[in-house]
Design a binder for this molecule. Structure first.
Ligand SMILES: [Zn+2]
Length: 137
């Protein structure tokens, strides 16, 4: 869904934010707990992987990861609004899903947290061909 390298950098920075704040560990414990409740101890690696990729982070975790990404983007002189732009696309695709089932909880509220940042078109030049990168995915 990323149309520019800046959006991808924002998305990666957000995910790194989850790692830096140890959300993955919390999430792992929560998901495994639920899985064990329903299936006894016969949890396969495939099931766990599926659970992990489908589970939603809490709204608080998402906001923390967003804050990490915002600071990282500012540090890189990229407008944080590139990430908001990506979130808007995600929101229009997933807004029909209730928050508790959504893998991106509180997305609309999170988008509004970006309003204080002025959108500035990036002047960065990358050493890779973005169109080529996108087409290779
Ligand atoms: Zn997230």
């Amino acid at each position: 869904m990323c149309e520019t390298p800046e959006e991808l950098i924002g998305a990666v920075a957000h995910e790194v934010g989850h790692l830096k704040h140890n959300h993955i560990n919390e999430q792992l414990i929560k998901s495994l707990g639920i899985e064990l409740l329903f299936s006894g101890s016969n949890t396969s690696l495939g099931e766990v992987t599926q659970l992990l990729t489908q589970s939603a982070f809490s709204r608080e975790n998402e906001i923390e990861a967003d804050e990490y990404a915002i600071n990282k983007l500012i540090e890189l002189e990229i407008s944080p609004n590139y990430l908001a732009k990506l979130f808007k696309k995600l929101y229009t695709e997933t807004s029909m899903v209730p928050d508790f089932l959504n893998t991106h909880p509180g997305l609309n509220e999170r988008i509004s947290n970006f309003k204080k940042y002025e959108f500035k078109e990036s002047n960065r030049k990358y050493e890779f061909d973005w169109v080529k990168v996108k087409n290779s995915l």
